[in-house]
Design a protein around this ligand. Structure first.
Ligand code: BT5
Length: 264
């Protein structure tokens, strides 16, 4: 495995990313954080791994990434009450922070693909560069803490991309040069810290997040486990759910958990 400045990374100031735990390999960083959270870990804990053997996406899907090429990490949040809506806002503000951090590196056309992906969307179509997996833990039927896992394709070479997903891309492929992962992580954490502090002081990230969503107003296909819907992505509502105007003219609402969205 290649030596990495990430192994020596330490967060200076700020809440998110402290403590920082670096692992050469693991099953899933979300599980690493969950175990530590159940044992009483503080908010801000970050576990990062160079490779995951059971990295996951939503709906039991896999998240694959060659060792040492990417940013694969999970963060622990103790969302303020009411926990579930706060957790949704935290995912939005982290997506905004990730978007800003990658834009700082590359002038590409990055957008957020509802609900949880970062894509490049340009004249050649769209390509996925990152995915986010939020898992809300409950105790006695009450949500307690949020584990937010992020997989960002940083320096994956083009020949390794097609086996990950048909439209996977990486920052290095998009920009034609490698990107320093520790710098990128630090930039993301600083921005997420700032956004989280603003959120706790009353700021709502939804309008900014909404403004960065791909394909709003356009024709899309929405897949749920049982059915495929066609229509126009009209908007998102106050909870961040997707509102689709179906071809039959009905306004259909989708929550993040069980849906795949694609342009038509
Ligand atoms: C996601 O799910 O996009 C959320 C991915 C979250 C991964 C992070 S890594 C750190 C933390 N620990 C974990 O175990 N998970 C989190 P979803 O929207 O369901 O997308 C999954 C789909 O993305 C797969 O079915 C593939 O088609 C595609 N995919 C898998 N690996 C990819 C990659 N490296 N780049 C682009 N697409 C990928």
């Amino acid at each position: 495995m290649r030596a990495s400045a990430l192994a020596d990374y330490a967060r200076g100031l700020g809440q998110l990313g402290r403590p920082f735990i670096y692992l050469h390999e693991t099953g899933s960083t979300n599980d690493e954080v969950r175990e530590r959270a159940l044992a009483g870990a503080r908010e801000g804990l970050l576990v990062l791994a160079e490779v995951q053997h059971a990295g996951r996406g939503r709906l039991g899907r896999r998240w694959e990434s060659p060792a040492g090429t990417s940013l694969l990490f999970s963060l622990l949040f103790h969302p303020p009450e009411p926990v579930a809506p706060s957790a949704a806002r935290i995912q939005m503000l982290c997506e905004l922070a990730l978007l800003e951090a990658v834009r700082e590196q590359l002038p590409s056309a990055f957008k957020i693909k509802w609900p949880n992906d970062l894509i490049v969307s340009d004249g050649e179509g769209w390509r996925k560069v990152a995915g986010m997996l939020g898992e809300l833990e409950s105790e006695g039927g009450r949500p307690t803490f949020l584990i937010l896992g992020i997989g960002l394709n940083v320096n994956i070479p083009s020949e390794a991309l097609p086996v990950l997903a048909p439209n996977a891309t990486s920052l290095a492929v998009e920009g034609g040069r490698p990107v320093e992962r520790a710098l990128l992580l630090d930039d993301f954490l600083s921005r997420a810290d700032g956004f989280y502090a603003r959120f706790k002081a009353g700021w709502d990230p939804l309008p900014d997040w909404r403004a960065e969503l791909a394909w709003m107003g356009e024709r899309v296909e929405v897949r749920t486990p049982g059915r495929t819907w066609l229509g126009r992505a009209e908007d998102v509502d106050a909870e961040g759910a997707l509102l689709l105007r179906t071809t039959e003219g009905i306004l259909q609402r989708f929550t993040a958990g069980d849906v795949t969205l694609r342009p038509l």
